[in-house]
Design a protein around this ligand. Structure first.
Ligand code: NAD
Length: 260
């Protein structure tokens, strides 16, 4: 088991991609904190994963935009398991509008969840990982960390920003064995994407089928959604890659949508 007894914190893990990564880690023997703003859903996800085993999970209520909530959540993990080996900063939302229609509050909310969340969880975990002389910090970027799409100004800005944060973490963490990486998925069919299909159809004045076949999957090699399992496998690889060789790097997981 590649992750036996590794202590992991995954934000936004009550559902979607975060849950898929938690499941993959638990299958490999990890101890996973399901950190999510949805308290009941986090507890349920943790109970479900513990039942699957062989690792275990517990739910931590955490709004990643609140420094107090992040610090309390990380403390709860330290009190329970005494270390943090892997942080997956994954919590995220999507809001689509043309720039001229983008409410400023919505812009600030997007940047807070994606960037403040990544910063605050990193800030809380770095000293623990440095003291342990090792750890992995994985950010959930997107193809939109490298590519732009209309209507997604705040999302594209935030996802590009994560690349910069990851590179600084790599430089500050290197001598302590603290590595950082960014995973950049294409479209994965989770509630975050399901919500966008009718929204984009309305904004772009095209059918929902066209949003999927042209806007979302038109540039993939196989017109396939990226799967949660695809992303979880890459998250497992980064969590277990124990030298600095890959630190600071991002990898695109997109069925050929974006190649570099
Ligand atoms: P999702 O909506 O299925 O899950 C997101 C989770 O984040 C939810 O459980 C939600 O409760 C939680 N969350 C939201 N705000 C939070 C907050 N303030 N504090 C803590 N938790 C919070 O979304 P998903 O598709 O699984 O997305 C997960 C990550 O993957 C996001 O960062 C997203 O940008 C990224 N991503 C998704 C796709 C995709 O196509 N689905 C593609 C590329 C990147």
């Amino acid at each position: 088991m590649k992750m036996k007894d590794k202590v992991c914190i995954i934000t936004g893990a009550a559902g979607g991609i975060g849950y898929g990564i938690a499941k993959r880690y638990v299958e490999e023997g990890a101890k996973v904190a399901i950190a999510d703003i949805k308290a009941e859903a986090a507890d349920k996800a943790a109970a479900d994963l513990t039942a699957i085993g062989p690792g275990e999970a517990f739910g931590v209520t955490m709004d990643v935009t609140s420094e107090d909530a992040v610090n309390a959540g990380v403390k709860a993990v330290m009190d329970k398991w005494g270390r943090v080996d892997v942080l997956v900063s994954n919590a995220g939302v999507q809001i689509v509008h043309k720039i001229e229609d983008f409410p400023f509050d919505a812009w600030k909310k997007m940047l807070a969840i994606h960037l403040d969340g990544a910063f605050l969880t990193t800030k809380a975990c770095m000293p623990i990982m440095k003291a342990q002389k090792g750890g992995a910090i994985i950010y959930m970027g997107s193809v939109h960390s490298k590519e732009a799409s209309p209507l997604k100004s705040a999302y594209v800005t935030a996802k590009h920003g994560l690349l910069g944060l990851a590179r600084v973490v790599a430089k500050e963490g290197g001598q302590f064995g603290v590595r950082s990486n960014v995973i950049c998925p294409g479209f994965v069919k989770t509630p975050l994407v399901e919500k966008q299909i009718p929204e984009q159809a309305k904004e772009l004045n095209i059918s929902e089928e066209e949003v999927v076949s042209k806007v979302m999957l038109g540039q993939t090699v196989d017109t396939e959604f990226t799967t949660i399992e695809d992303v979880a496998e890459v998250a497992l690889m980064f969590a277990g890659f124990e030298t600095n060789a890959l630190t600071g790097q991002s990898v695109v997981v997109s069925h050929g949508w974006f190649m570099q």
